[in-house]
Design a protein around this ligand. Structure first.
Ligand code: IDP
Length: 135
């Protein structure tokens, strides 16, 4: 059964370019309540742990370097059908394929520097939320 929470990060490029407010505004306008919020810098070790599922992918090392290149904003969000609705709000991984009105369409620069993370399942939303916020 779908839970009502998901996890997001505003990635380093979007934080560096002063898009925290714009992105949080789109999130709230999209009907999500911000339950937890934290600005934090990830070490390469922590970024590597977060993305461990992608260890075998060719872009893993670049992704770890990018995600530890500057502070990120981590948040837990609440809404009915949160995981699926948030994936819709952020748009496709590659901004070239992201629909109009999505966060990645507006703020992503590339398939790697794509402005935001959104959990892809209820299970991962819980695991990822607990990675940053104590239970
Ligand atoms: P998602 O963030 O849309 O769920 P995933 O496939 O889980 O996409 O990939 C995780 C992150 O890895 C992406 O958000 C993006 O930052 C990066 N990434 C994914 N595919 C590529 C790629 O082909 N080249 C470079 N980076 C990528």
């Amino acid at each position: 059964m779908a839970t009502n929470r998901t996890f997001t990060m505003i990635k380093p490029d979007a934080v560096a370019e002063n898009h925290i407010g714009g992105i949080l505004s789109m999130i709230e306008q999209g009907g999500f309540r911000i339950v937890e919020l934290q600005k934090v810098a990830l070490t390469p070790e922590r970024a590597g742990q977060f993305y461990a599922v992608h260890k075998e992918r060719p872009f893993y090392n670049d992704l770890v370097t990018y995600m530890s290149s500057g502070p990120i904003v981590a948040a837990i969000l609440e809404k009915d059908n949160a995981v699926a609705d948030f994936r819709t709000l952020i748009g496709a991984t590659n901004p070239a394929n992201a629909e109009e009105g999505t966060i990645r369409k507006k703020y992503a620069k590339s398939i790697e520097a794509n402005a935001v993370h959104g959990s892809d399942s209820d299970e991962n939303a819980q695991i990822e939320g607990e990675f940053f916020f104590s239970k």
